[in-house]
Design a protein around this ligand. Structure first.
Ligand code: HEM
Length: 510
């Protein structure tokens, strides 16, 4: 046994005691050793498979890999198994693509989880002297803003109270869809994601400011279009700037420049709206009127937070509420248009619960199991965040048979797990009923579109309410069909997972 220990140590294979049975362990080539029943091998990053630097660079840039990062997860898992390492530009990252292993990572994330270094997002804030919002803050700073916002965004009763505001946004959305479909004889709304970006922005703004910013008006303010464009550009440039080592930014300046320009626009846009709303409140106070409100910016302004923190948090919440909602709405209608029988069943569920009531309440949409299953299934097939991440900063952790050194960026491959045929039968097909059947249970970490744990999506309840309210009314008013039968739209990665091309749908009167 002493000899065996020496051999393993020479090969730098750590031994850990466990309750497993005695077994032969392959040390590569012909070498094998027999471990006692209470000993097992723990491997290091050096033992982990993965593409070499050049082949990963070729995948990323030669094979349009940045927009196919979600597909690279599937390829990586097929080639290397459930864990592999790869260099994303200057960053070494460990990919984890099995639900049980993802669970192991998340269960070790600690008190103040770190999502990722998102170094370019942080660099921008440092460079401009902006504060951090909930998406980017860390440690105690993150914890205190999370507790504060959580009170108004996570408690079901608080969220239900946004129902009326969101319903008024849905009313405008329906009017907008009506206008758009009238533009042609087939009642087609072209590029529905574009309509839903504006819906998402109007929705999150109504929650933040309790006032409307005109995204769904017949003529959309130019600044709104530019804000949405800035988000798009920023997401594309996020991946590019992170994949480039910093010294390259000085040679190829354009990506970093465009990235900063987009953030500048977003910060300025949010600041304009916050300042405007605060000025209204100040005038009211001057006039001696009572000041109250049910909107998030108002709560934030009452906490003695520095203005810098309010600006950064509101900017990040606005950003978080646009593409996420647009993607979810677009893919849901896309899939329902291709599955008329499911659309029909959902229509019947909605009518049964609403009993002729034209405007659903938060409570009513909460009583629609098929609606929830449809959205769950959409987020399984098209997880808005196809690859999330964690960094465990203070200690090495063990995941599967590997020891991952502290501060390593761990990429959680949600796209790969949610399309894994060993977890979900027919993983590429849209089957909401899989979430309703007791016989089909899945590993709880196989599809976690809102993340998990302390750092999970704080907007989840608001997002679900917004999507359910909008779907209930769209499907009550229209039957949704593809513009061209059988046309297929694939997803692509732009940091988030979005439709690769326009989704055009017919909205037929019921
Ligand atoms: C269907 C829509 C949405 C999806 C699928 C989604 C998904 C996610 C995911 C996966 C995360 C990361 C969680 C983690 O790291 O464990 C996240 C974080 C976050 N989301 Fe969402 N999101 C959605 C809508 C929204 C909306 C509407 C808002 C704003 C109201 C929002 C605000 C945030 C914020 C602020 C964070 C960071 C939380 C933190 O770090 O503490 N999200 N979201």
């Amino acid at each position: 046994m002493l000899l065996l220990r020496k051999m393993l140590q020479a090969l730098r294979v750590p031994i850990k005691r466990s309750g497993s049975l005695g077994r032969w362990v392959d040390l590569g080539g012909q070498a094998k050793v027999l471990l006692k029943s209470n000993e097992k091998v723990v491997k290091t990053l050096e033992d982990m498979p993965g593409p070499n630097f050049l082949s990963f660079v070729y995948d990323l840039f030669g094979r349009r890999g940045l927009s196919r990062l979600h597909e690279l997860q599937l390829e990586g898992k097929a080639k290397y198994g459930p864990m592999w390492k790869a260099s994303f530009g200057p960053i070494l990252t460990v990919h984890v693509a099995e639900p049980a292993l993802i669970e192991q990572v998340l269960r070790q994330e600690g008190q103040h989880p770190i999502r990722s270094d998102l170094s370019s997002w942080k660099d921008y804030r440092e460079c401009r002297g902006h504060g951090y919002g909930l998406l980017t803050a860390e440690g105690e700073e993150w914890q205190s803003i999370r507790s504060l916002l959580g009170k108004h965004m996570l408690r079901p009763k608080e969220v239900e109270a946004y129902g009326d505001t969101l319903n008024s946004v849905v009313t405008d959305l329906l009017r907008k869809l009506q206008q758009q479909r009238r533009k042609n004889s087939l009642n087609v709304v072209r590029d529905i994601a574009n309509e839903f970006y504006k819906f998402g922005l109007e929705g999150i703004s109504s929650v933040l400011f309790e006032s409307r910013i005109g995204c769904l008006e017949p003529s959309v303010p130019k600044e709104t279009e530019e804000f949405i464009q800035s988000i798009n550009t920023m997401f594309v440039m996020t991946l590019l700037t992170m994949a480039m080592p910093k010294w390259l930014h000085r040679i190829f300046k354009k990506p970093w420049h465009k990235f900063c320009q987009s953030w500048d626009y977003m910060f300025a846009f949010a600041k304009g709206h916050i300042d405007g709303r605060m000025a209204e409140v100040a005038e009211k106070v001057l006039r001696g009127e009572a000041v109250e409100g049910r909107y998030l910016t108002f709560y934030l302004s009452r906490q003695n937070l520095p203005m810098k923190a309010i600006y950064s948090n509101v900017t990040e919440l606005m950003l978080a509420g646009v593409d996420t909602i647009s993607s979810t709405m677009s893919w849901t209608l896309y899939e329902l248009s291709r599955h008329p029988e499911i659309q029909d069943a959902l229509y019947r569920e909605i009518q049964k619960v609403l009993q002729g009531n034209p405007i659903p309440s938060a409570n009513e949409v909460g009583r629609m199991p098929l609606m929830k299953a449809v959205v769950k299934e959409v987020l399984r097939l098209y997880p808005v965040i196809p690859g999330n991440a964690r960094v465990i900063a203070d200690r090495d952790i063990q995941v599967g048979e590997y020891i991952i050194p502290k501060k390593t960026l761990i990429t959680l491959c949600h796209f790969a797990t949610s399309r894994d045929p060993t977890v979900f039968s027919n993983p590429d097909s849209f089957q909401p009923q899989r979430w309703l059947s007791r016989d089909q249970s899945h590993h709880p970490y196989a599809s976690i579109p809102f993340g998990f744990g302390k750092r999970s999506c704080i907007g989840r309840r608001i997002a679900e309410l917004e999507v359910y309210l909008a779907l209930a009314r769209i499907l009550t008013r229209f039957e949704v069909k593809p513009e061209v039968e059988g046309s297929v739209v694939k997803p692509m990665t732009r940091t988030l997972l979005v439709p690769e091309k326009e989704i055009n749908l017919q909205f037929i009167d019921r």
